[in-house]
Design a protein around this ligand. Structure first.
Ligand code: HEC
Length: 149
């Protein structure tokens, strides 16, 4: 989780202009995200560890299919992002930005047709993929991660 978090933060800061963008750093962070999501994320919470050591794990045990679906979903997005990062240019270009390539009829990709994104995440701009990845982080945490404050 911590490496995944650091990688997501690195990419987010590059796109937000809080950190200097560099193509190699983007690639490395996207590869980390890819490596830590999907099957690796599922393996981090093995079945049968119900109850211990954290409350989170107990809930995962009870809703295993949903947990695994989320882990695989974020994995697919991270794969697509890693492909984009592998071809990333030396500077952030317009077509990497949120909103690039959205349909002219007002962004039906953003939510109303849930199937659209799943159909081909590779068609989305890098920044949009990043936002979808971050949404999956929150979806999973709001359901499975015990509040620690
Ligand atoms: C499929 C579910 C799932 C997804 C997706 C997910 N997390 Fe988590 N995350 C968890 C769970 C469960 C915990 C709590 C672990 C525990 O209490 O044992 C956690 C804990 C954390 C922590 C606390 C530190 C730690 O190691 O416990 C951080 C930071 C974190 N996640 C960041 C992220 C980021 C960033 C993303 C997206 C790139 C993400 N997570 C995606 C399930 C998920």
């Amino acid at each position: 989780m911590k490496e995944m978090a650091a990688a997501a933060k690195t990419i987010a800061e590059m796109f937000d202009g809080k950190r200097a963008y560099d193509a190699d750093g983007f690639k490395a962070a996207a590869e980390t995200l890819k490596a830590r999501t999907g099957p690796a994320l599922i393996a981090e919470f093995p079945e049968g560890t119900l109850g211990a050591p954290s409350a989170a794990r107990m809930e995962i045990g009870q809703a295993r299919p949903e947990f695994e679906a989320l882990a695989r979903h974020i994995g697919r997005l991270a794969d697509a992002l890693a492909v984009k990062a592998g071809q990333a240019p030396a500077a952030i270009t317009g077509d990497m930005r949120m909103g690039a390539m959205l349909p002219m009829d007002g962004g039906s990709l953003l939510g109303k047709r849930p199937g659209a994104v799943e159909a081909d995440p590779a068609k989305l701009p890098a920044e949009h993929l990043l936002h979808l990845v971050l949404q999956d982080c929150s979806s999973c945490h709001s359901k499975f991660r015990r509040k620690q404050q």
